[in-house]
Structures are given as structure tokens and as C-alpha cells.
Design a binder for this molecule. Structure first.
Ligand code: FAD
Length: 670
């Protein structure tokens, strides 16, 4: 019998980035007592790093913009694999979410006539990104935090307690979502098992609604722009709770990360550099992007440098330069130039803004980039070109959710929003569409989580045995043993490095069948070894222990990525197969769902029925059954499901000639 402390709340939000904070604000405003749990310090979430801006069709800089154009751009960027209803809600609601931020105190850059300024970004037809220099994420989080403090002050006045209805548990990690597993229960959520990073103390939050807002998975890759928190926790928590993940093969490699010096490899160089006029050149000085405009985008991009340059001043009569193609296209082009021997000295290409704008404009519009290069690489971007190359940046795949409610499919009471949720961005996300996504769907997740918690039959108590099992699982690294007598346990840091190398080398930007099969073998071995990952010392701030626990999540998520990538025999968005180079229209309607293939032997609910053969609830129907029957050496099974046909009034926003490039034959017929 455990002695783990319990607290009761209505809604627990896991994550305090943009999605989590927006969800918490909404849930609290709906009257739900809301707890926010975050692994880092409050205010330090990954969202803080967002630079370029929030995409919303306010039309402040070009009045031609509206939600329909934003919707079209988003579908084109995602190569029509987006969960279209999410893309519609996102495009319609994003402007309100930005204006709302302003009423809460956000200070955006302004146009000359005093409106919120909007900047150009790849794949967006009009200037659309509301921004604060190149530190937009910081202002977003600051504003949401300020709103949370205001709500807490309200509670102090009303109840004499700041935390009466909204409490933040910072530097705490959730390791399990707990559910009602009783014979009479329907597997609904009952709460979350957590530990304090500083003290190692365990605690349980009992709550009928759990919102996962844990962000992405980039720390499974060696070269990444992502922060230390991005270990795929929410993805894994959902899988372990029985919810499927959608289209995990789609991982965005941002075209411009720093490549030199090695200690900073992968750190992001914001797309605003290109949005504001920066150009890409190879070692021969050529603006090579003009050679890489794919057929589907030919009519929309400039054919010559002169036209591309004119577009910055006169976008109505010229087409945009190809440096502003969606990220997947630019990343592949850079990769190809480097491979062809036309790269920069340190294995990237050149991104030049110094010959395009006066120094003081660069320092004003791109202050973080100026300091980043000056301090980390001793490069003055007002006088010389940067060296850049692709870096793992964002995961389009994520928890399969209902579009309107953000409810995770198959687990009542579980919700997901932000980068951890799948579907919104299809096979490739447009820049700026994440910050708007997390505001739109953060709000929706908070709203529906509060409603779920208010239902009379909402589950309220956590089973003691599950708490004991979760505690034992979390403590296992302290008693891990080597494979044989006298051998030492595995080192979690070594395992993490091997995992990152495997994903980078074998499931990276360009993928091949043999390499992905090899990756799955290596992941299976790593998973076995990770069960023997051991740590020394005690539970008080022990980073080795924290990593040992995160490894479970990274390995699960990495297997999802590798298995889905092996299955999808086409190239689309953030999934490029050298052995299947083209986009195949027949794959347009196919989504791949990942589920746990076996009851987890380390699960707090051992013996749970295998969920892998069930079709996804909601809009999907099975077409191919199990694509990869229960894998011999892994934990993930794949199911193919078809998407709902896109609603006719939304399809009518596109020209027929364009649809022919994307939709499968039978869809066009329908
Ligand atoms: P996050 O902000 O990462 O928050 C995740 C939260 O979950 C954190 O609080 C973390 O501590 C917590 N957490 C994780 N696991 C656990 C656990 N097990 N237990 C408890 N808490 C946990 N997008 C744009 O739209 N525009 C941009 O300009 C832009 N610029 C970017 C620049 C950079 C350098 C990077 C890396 C990304 C950028 N993005 C941008 C992408 C965007 O920042 C992210 O996709 C977005 O911030 C994700 O927000 P989130 O709320 O989903 O997650």
C-alpha cells in the first residue's frame, strides 16, 4: 500500500507551454478547478523559443487575406493530409485568439497606422504572422502567465486563496495517466501520477479530465532545434493509456538550423530571415531555390530573381521567391545541394541577409538572430552570410483527436492540444501555424475538458493498485541490474545518445527501406537495454533518473516514427523516401494509426486487452486492417484508416486543376 499524497482537481493540464496555459485559462474560466503540471520552471516552456510569429488572417497588411485563404495555404502546406475540420477551425478562429491576447496585454509590433503588424512566412500567401520582433513566443507566454496571475488574484479576492481554482505545479513530471479499469468502468481517465523533480516525491492528482499539452519529440534526434523537454512524454502517455497516435512518420526538418560550431548545431535560424528578404545561396553563389520549385507550386512562385525581389515591395503584381516555399521543400533542396558538393565549409548552405537590408534594419527586425550568431558563432549577420542546414524541428504526427473537442480518441476524459496533438498540419506544418494552433485548440481542449469534468458521472477516484504499480515503475532505475551477474546496469546517457544517432542516421530527412528496418532492429535492442537502465544516488534532483524515465517515452515514440515511415511508400511533406520519391495520390486518404501492440509488461494495468485491432473512432474507417501485424520485436502495431471526404464547400475553395494534383481518383469522382 503506497503513501502517495493525493489531491483532487476537476481538470489537470499536463504542460505549461502555449497550449497548456491557454487550456488552463479556459477550463478555469468555465468554472473548473484546474491544476497545471509542468516539467520545467513555469514560464520556461518550449513555446518561449518561438521566434517568427502567430499566423492569423487578420488582413492588417494585405486586406486580401481571410480565413479561406489561410485554410487553403494550410492544406497546400500539409499536402492535403490535414484533418480538414481542424484546419478550418484553426483558420476561422486564429484572428480572435490573437486579438484576445492583445486584450490580455500582449504588445505586438505595429503597422504604420497602428494595427498589429504581420510578416511574410513560407507557404503563406499574404503577410500573416503577428509578431514581436523575433521573440513572439516569449510575449505569448508572458501574456498567458499574466492572465493566469490575474485569475489567481480574482480567487484571492473571492476565496482568500490564490490557488483555490488554478494552481501550477512547476518542475513536476507526469509519468502515467491513470484510468478506471474496473469491470463496470469504461476506461475513463481518473488522474495522473507525478513526481517532483527537485525532491523526487511522488503525488497523484485525481481528476476526471486530463489535457495533454506536452509538446514534441525532437530530443529523439541528434540534430534538433528543440529544448530538453521534448522527449515525447505526452505522445507516450497517450499510447500507454490506450489512445492512438496519428501519422507519426511526418517529422518536420526545418531548413535552417545553425551548422557551426558543433556545440550549437541544430539551433534554429528563424524563417523570418527569409520572410524579411534573406536569400539562400550555394558555394557557387547561386540562388539555387529557383531550381527546386515542384510542379504543384510552379504557378505560385517567381521564375526569376528579379521577380522574386520585386515581390517584397509589390506582392500584388509579382510572385513570391522560392526561398519561401514550405519548409519540407526548402529542407530537401538544401540537402540536395550539400550532397551534390555545393555546400558551405561546414556542411550547410549560405543564408544571406547582409546584402539585402541595412545593418540597423537587421538589428531591429532580427535582434535574436543577430545576437545568436554574434555570441555563439562569432558571425556578424549584418556583414556576412550565415551557414545553415536542416534540423529536426516539429512533429506533425500526434495524438489522434476529435477536431471540435480535442478529445483523444478512445479514452474518455483525455484531451490533447498543441504540438502533441496530430492531424491539424497534415504532412507538413507552415511556419506560424503552431502558435495559432495551440491557442485555438488549447482553448477548445480546456473548454471540453471542463465540460467533461462537470458531467455527473465524471470519474473521481484513483485505484490504489495503479498508484503502486506506477511508483514501482518509476523507481525501477534505482534497482536495475546488468544482463548477467556481476555486470553493471545500462547508462541512460549512453542509451540516449545511441537513440539520437539511430534516428538521425536511419529515420532522418531522407529515408530508405533498409535503413528504417535496421532502425527498428536497433530500437528493439535499445528498448531491451533501457529496461536495465540504472542510476545511482537518491531521488533528489537526479537528472540521470529523470532521463532513465524519459527514455521509455522516446523509445516508444521513435518506434512509432520508424514503423509508420517504413509503411508509407510515398514521399509527402515531412516524410521523404528515396526509394519512393513521388507523392502518390492513392496515399492521400490514408492515415496511419499507431497503438500499443501488446499489454505493457511494465504497465500499471497489466492484462489490459490489446487495443490494436480496433478501428479509430470518429471520422476514420479501417481500410487495410493491421498494416504491420503485431511486430515481432517492438511494441507498436499500425492500422490504416481512411479520412472523411473533405466537405464540398471547402473543396470549392480550390481550382479543379489544383485538386487533380492531390486527390485520389475516386475522390475526384465523388
Ligand atoms: P510547449 O511549449 O513545449 O510546452 C510543453 C510543456 O509540457 C512544457 O511546459 C513542459 O515542461 C511540459 N511537459 C512535457 N512533458 C511533461 C511531463 N511528462 N510532465 C509534465 N510536464 C511536461 N511555431 C510558430 O507557430 N511560430 C514560430 O515562430 C515558431 N518558432 C519556433 C522557434 C523555435 C526555436 C522552435 C524550437 C519552435 C518554434 N515554433 C514556432 C514551434 C512552436 O514553438 C511549438 O510547436 C510550440 O511552442 C509548442 O507548444 P506546446 O504548448 O504544444 O508545447
Amino acid at each position: 500500500m503506497s503513501q502517495v499524497e493525493r489531491q483532487q482537481w476537476d481538470v489537470v493540464v499536463v504542460g505549461a507551454g502555449g497550449a497548456g496555459l491557454r487550456a488552463a485559462i479556459e477550463a478555469r474560466e468555465q468554472g473548473a478547478r484546474t491544476a497545471v503540471i509542468c516539467k520545467s520552471l513555469f514560464g520556461k516552456a518550449h513555446t518561449v523559443m518561438a521566434e517568427g510569429g502567430i499566423a492569423a488572417s487578420m488582413g492588417n497588411v494585405n486586406s486580401g487575406d481571410n480565413w479561406q485563404v489561410h485554410f487553403r495555404d494550410t492544406l497546400r502546406g500539409g499536402k492535403f493530409l490535414n484533418q480538414w475540420r481542424m484546419a478550418e477551425l484553426h483558420a476561422r478562429e486564429a484572428p480572435d485568439r490573437v486579438w484576445e491576447l492583445e486584450t490580455w496585454g500582449a504588445l505586438f509590433d505595429r503597422t504604420k497606422d497602428g494595427r498589429i503588424s504581420q510578416r511574410n512566412f513560407g507557404g503563406h500567401e499574404y503577410p500573416r504572422l503577428a509578431h514581436v520582433g523575433d521573440r513572439t513566443g516569449l510575449e505569448l507566454i508572458r501574456t498567458l502567465q499574466q492572465k493566469i496571475v490575474a485569475l489567481q488574484q480574482e480567487d484571492k479576492r473571492e476565496f482568500g486563496n490564490y490557488e483555490a481554482r488554478l494552481k501550477v505545479f512547476q518542475e513536476c513530471t507526469v509519468t502515467r495517466v491513470l484510468k478506471d479499469e474496473s469491470a463496470s468502468g469504461d476506461g475513463r481517465v481518473t488522474g495522473a501520477f507525478c513526481y517532483e523533480r527537485e525532491s523526487g516525491r511522488f503525488f497523484v492528482i485525481e481528476a476526471p479530465s486530463v489535457v495533454l499539452a506536452t509538446g514534441g519529440i525532437g530530443k529523439s534526434f541528434k540534430v534538433t532545434s528543440n529544448s530538453w523537454e521534448y522527449t515525447g512524454d505526452g505522445h507516450a502517455l497517450a499510447l500507454l493509456a490506450g489512445a492512438p497516435l496519428l501519422n507519426m512518420e511526418f517529422v518536420q526538418f526545418h531548413p535552417t538550423g545553425m551548422v557551426w560550431p558543433p556545440s550549437v548545431k541544430g539551433i534554429l535560424v528563424t524563417e523570418s530571415v527569409r520572410g524579411d528578404g534573406g536569400v539562400l545561396r550555394n558555394s557557387e553563389g547561386k540562388r539555387f531555390m529557383f531550381d527546386y520549385i515542384p510542379d504543384v507550386f510552379k504557378e505560385k512562385y517567381a521564375e526569376s530573381e528579379a521577380e522574386g525581389d520585386r515581390w517584397y515591395e509589390d506582392p500584388d503584381h509579382n510572385r513570391r521567391p522560392p526561398e519561401l516555399l514550405p519548409r519540407d521543400e526548402v529542407a530537401r533542396a538544401i540537402n540536395a545541394e550539400v550532397k551534390a558538393g555545393r555546400g558551405s565549409p561546414h556542411g550547410g548552405v549560405f543564408l544571406d541577409v547582409s546584402t539585402r537590408m541595412p545593418a540597423e534594419v537587421i538589428r531591429r527586425r532580427l535582434p535574436s538572430m543577430y545576437h545568436q550568431f554574434k555570441e555563439l558563432a562569432d558571425v556578424d549577420i549584418t556583414a556576412e552570410a550565415m551557414e545553415v542546414g536542416p534540423t529536426c524541428h516539429y512533429v506533425m504526427g500526434g495524438i489522434a483527436v476529435e477536431s471540435d473537442t480535442a478529445a483523444a480518441r478512445g479514452v474518455p476524459g483525455l484531451f490533447a492540444a498543441g504540438e502533441v496533438a496530430g492531424g491539424m498540419h497534415g504532412s507538413n506544418r507552415l511556419g506560424g501555424n503552431s502558435l495559432s494552433d495551440l491557442l485555438v485548440f488549447g482553448r477548445r481542449a480546456g473548454l471540453y475538458a471542463a465540460r467533461h469534468a462537470a458531467a455527473p458521472d465524471a470519474a473521481r477516484s484513483v485505484d490504489e493498485a495503479q498508484v503502486d504499480t506506477a511508483a514501482a515503475e518509476a523507481l525501477r532505475p534505482f534497482s536495475a541490474e546488468g544482463p548477467r551477474d556481476g555486470t553493471v546496469p545500462e547508462n541512460p546517457y549512453t542509451l540516449h545518445q545511441e537513440l539520437q544517432q539511430t534516428m538521425n542516421d536511419l529515420v532522418g530527412i531522407i529515408r530508405r527501406e533498409g535503413e528504417m528496418a535496421e532502425a527498428l532492429e536497433r530500437l528493439a535492442d535499445l528498448r531491451q537495454r533501457a529496461r536495465r537502465a540504472g542510476v545511482e544516488g537518491h531521488r533528489q534532483f537526479n537528472p540521470g533518473w529523470h532521463l532513465a524515465l524519459d527514455l521509455r517515452n522516446m523509445l516508444l515514440v521513435s518506434e512509432c516514427v520508424a514503423r509508420a515511415a517504413l509503411e508509407r511508400t510515398e514521399s509527402r511533406g515531412g516524410h521523404t523516401r528515396e526509394d519512393h520519391p513521388g507523392m502518390n495520390r492513392d496515399w492521400r486518404r490514408v492515415n496511419l494509426l499507431c497503438r500499443l501492440a501488446e499489454p505493457a509488461d511494465d504497465s500499471p494495468t497489466a492484462g489490459r486487452p490489446d487495443v490494436r485491432a480496433e478501428p479509430a473512432a470518429g471520422s476514420a474507417a479501417p481500410v487495410g486492417g493491421l498494416a504491420a501485424a503485431e511486430p515481432a520485436r517492438g511494441r507498436i502495431a499500425l492500422t490504416r484508416v481512411t479520412t472523411d471526404p473533405i466537405r464540398p464547400d471547402l473543396l470549392a475553395l480550390f481550382d479543379k486543376e489544383e485538386l487533380v494534383k492531390y486527390l485520389a481518383e475516386e475522390e475526384l469522382f465523388e
